[in-house]
Every structure is written in C-alpha cells, then in structure tokens.
Ligand binder design. Structure first.
Ligand code: ADP
Length: 435
C-alpha cells in the first residue's frame, strides 16, 4: 500500500472539513482528518487524502494566510501532489476575505508570486448549491436573496461570485460559463488555457448538476491547487483511480472493528436534536439531564452524571444531555447569560465525555457543533479516520484518545440539525453492521 496522501486539503472550518472528508470517502478515497496543523513530529499519514481542519473563515486575513500556509507545508511534506482549499458552499467571506487572500497566498507558494491558475467553485447541486453565469444560488434563490444575507459574521449581499472574488484578490478573476462546462472536460481545459493566456488567475466555474462537477473534476486533474466547496471533491478520486493509485483493497469507509461500551453526549438544543433525545427516551433507553443552573450553583454535575451512567453502560448506550426546549434554554440564558451558560454546559459535557471514555466507552456520539469542538479538545484528539456515513454529513470516525488507554475510539460528531429522528439508535446499529 502507498504510504502518502495524494490529495492535501485545507478546510476553513471544522464541520466543513468533515463534510469534505465524507464526500471524499463516499467517492472512494480513504481519508484522514486532522484538527489544526499537527506538530512536525507527528507520524506519516496512511490515507489517500488528508483534510486539515482550520478555524480560519472569519479570523484576520493575515492569520488565515499564516495558518493555511502552515497547513500547506504540512500536507506537502507528507507527499500530497494536489492541494484543495475548501470553503463553504455559500462562499462565506467578507470583502476582506478570507477566500481571496488565502487562494492568492497558496498560488504564490505553489506557482511563484503572481503566477499560476486555479478555479473557485462552491457548487454542490446535490445540496442545492448551484452556480450559473457566475451567480451562486441557494435552492431557488440567489445567494443575496437567501438567509445568508443576514449572516451575523459573513453576510453575503452579492451573488455574483466574479465580483465577490475580485474584491478579495489582486489576481484577475474570470468565468467558465455553463455553455462551456456542459461540453465536457476538454472544452473546460481549453477555456482554462485561454483565460490564463488573457492574464486571469482565478476562474469561477459554473455547475448546475453533478455531471458538471464530474467534467470539472477531470479538467482540474493536473492543477496544483483547486479551491471549492465540498462538491467538486466527489469528482477528484477518479483522476487517481485511472492511474491505479487508490488503495482499492478494502472499502474507503472501512474502520477498525468497533468494540467497547456506548454512550451519547448531547449539548445541541436544535429542534432535530430535541426530537432525537425524546425518541431515544421513548424507546425506554436511559437518559440523564444536565441542569445548567445546578452547574452554576456549584454542584458536581460531572460526578453525578458519571455515577449514574457507569453502572448502566454494560446494558447498552446511555444518553447524557443538556438538550432542552427553547423556552427552558431562554430561562437559563436569562439567569446566566448566553455565553456563560454555553461555556458551563460545554465544559461539563466534555468532562463527562472524557470520564465515560476513561470508564470504557469506545463508541461515542456527540450532538452539537460547539459541543463537539469542546469534546474533541477535551479528549485531545488530533486525527480522525473517516468511516461510513450515518446520515448525510455525519460519518463515523475513528481516533486514538489517550483517555481510551491507547485503544481506538469510534466517534460521531453530529451538528445540530443533522440526522433522522432515530439517529441515536441507528448510529450504533450502522457501526455494528459495517464491522
Ligand atoms: P448546535 O449544533 O445545535 O448549534 P452547539 O453545541 O453548537 O449545538 O450549541 C449549543 C450551545 O448551547 C452550546 O454552547 C451548549 O453548551 C449550549 N447549551 C446546551 N444546553 C443548554 C441549556 N439547557 N441551556 C443553555 N445553554 C445550553
């Protein structure tokens, strides 16, 4: 088996990184996700693709560039021959960046200052993100008419991506329109060459269907840098497959067999998660509700939750949750403040998760984006091998956690609104079935 990744990805946020990794795995590349840029000393990566998850979407451009270049060096040192800069399929950015500045910095390193050529394509038709005549649509709406208009950090008020990208970069920005894309890879390549000859450094590329992505994927096969949402990723694995470079011996989503005890920790208060918690309860499964006011009052809620959970673990999965209905959350926030309530609950749940792993839990579900971040940090996880998808956007992963005493830990991180109502039940069944 080859011992180096072919594709090195730099993702500008954590759940976006998992989304990308999930798409690569579904298309046949074994993929490892690392959290932040690992220490130089960290071992070689045995996978077809590696995704470095940064948190660089809304930080200062200079810092985003520094982190992205550190990630670039790290994946290059591990042998990656193509680089993928992943951003959100709604092109989340401010006029200052960070999509433009990071793209420019990556091109400068890969091709020399001011040189090179790349695409920018956030399209993912399967998820209703399409680009036509350079304009990004979310479902039936122009991006600028969608909810993204009011995003608290990155309001998107212009759907014309040529204009949006041009505001963020000194390189000239062009367009490969759908009339060209629909003619296939050769026509797209020809257009790339013409644009480059005209001094264009970045081309927005139209895509309104999966087959467009597949054509674009073939056309970028020799490109050192691809910048895109997670959609274009489904079209890249075939480029290496035809060269016989993918490890085809076992399915790309295979993980080591899962063993050990099972638990769920939930800090998401989304409607979907509330319904999933209720469903789990209704199946007669054991649940423990964490009360944020008790944490604030100084109760040792971590110890109480663990005392409750540990004797039950042998019999099946337990669920510890702070998940509550909106009215309850509002009352808590009124008393503690929103930020303090969130922080107290995240700290508490991440300590409970660590305690559960120390007690023998080796299959852990976490619900909530911020909650997942806190748990990953508390467990000091550095690398996750991406496995089978439970529901769209949520794969099982496998990691080494010190708290697991050197054994493997199977982990699924579900952001708020994801997953069907029986998610907490079917996730474990899925892992068992794929073992
Ligand atoms: P989601 O993915 O659904 O947005 P997150 O984990 O990202 O979930 O965010 C939920 C936030 O709400 C976290 O900061 C969590 O600590 C906080 N939280 C969870 N339960 C409660 C509660 N009962 N009262 C107040 N805040 C809560």
């Amino acid at each position: 088996m080859r011992g180096r990744p072919l594709l090195g990805c730099i993702a500008d946020d954590f759940t976006g990184a998992t989304d990308l990794a999930n798409n690569l795995v579904r298309s046949g590349m074994r993929t490892v996700q690392v959290i932040g840029v690992p220490d130089q000393a960290e071992a070689a990566v045995d996978a077809d693709a590696i995704v470095v998850a940064l948190k660089s979407r809304t930080i200062a451009p200079a810092e985003a560039i520094a982190q992205s270049l550190a990630a670039l060096r790290w994946v290059q040192e591990r042998g990656a021959e193509q680089i993928y800069f992943k951003y959100c399929s709604t092109f989340d950015s401010t006029p200052a960046g960070n999509i433009g500045p990071v793209t420019e910095a990556l091109l400068d390193v890969l091709h020399g200052p001011g040189g090179g050529f790349t695409i920018a394509c956030p399209a993912f038709p399967e998820n209703l993100r399409t680009v036509y005549k350079g304009h990004l649509f979310a479902g039936d709406q122009l991006l600028s008419d969608s909810g993204m208009r009011q995003h608290p950090l990155t309001p998107m008020t212009d759907a014309n991506l040529v204009r949006v990208m041009q505001a963020q970069t000194r390189r000239k920005v062009g367009l490969v329109a759908h009339e060209v894309v629909r003619q296939g890879a050769a026509a797209i390549t020809e257009r790339f060459e013409a644009l480059q000859a005209a001094g264009i450094g970045v081309a927005i590329v139209d895509a309104i269907a999966n087959e467009d992505l597949l054509s674009i994927g073939r056309a970028v096969s020799g490109m050192k840098l691809v910048t895109a949402g997670s959609g274009v990723a489904i079209a890249l694995p075939p480029n290496w497959r035809v060269r016989g470079l993918l490890s085809e011996g076992r399915p790309a989503d295979s993980l080591p067999a899962a063993k050990g005890l099972r638990a769920i920790v939930s800090g998401s208060c989304s409607q979907a998660t509330n319904a999933q918690v209720l469903y789990f309860k209704q199946q007669g499964e054991p649940t423990f509700a964490v009360d944020p006011l008790a944490i604030a009052a100084g109760d040792d809620v971590v110890a109480r939750a663990l005392e409750w959970a540990i004797p039950l673990l042998q019999a099946g999965p337990v669920l510890v949750h702070a998940t509550a209905e909106a009215s309850t959350v509002k009352a808590v926030q009124a008393e503690l403040g929103m930020a303090r309530a969130g922080e107290l609950v995240e700290q508490c749940l991440s300590h409970i998760a660590t305690g559960l792993v120390q007690a023998g839990v080796r299959q852990l579900l976490v619900a909530g984006g911020e909650t997942s971040g806190a748990v990953v940090q508390a467990l000091d996880l550095r690398q996750m091998m991406i496995g089978p998808q439970i529901d769209p956007g949520v794969p099982w992963t496998c990691a080494h956690a010190v708290a697991a005493g050197g054994e493997t830990l199977h982990l699924a991180l579900k952001s708020g609104n994801f997953g069907s109502i029986d998610f907490f039940v079917k996730a474990f069944a899925k892992l068992e079935a794929t073992a």
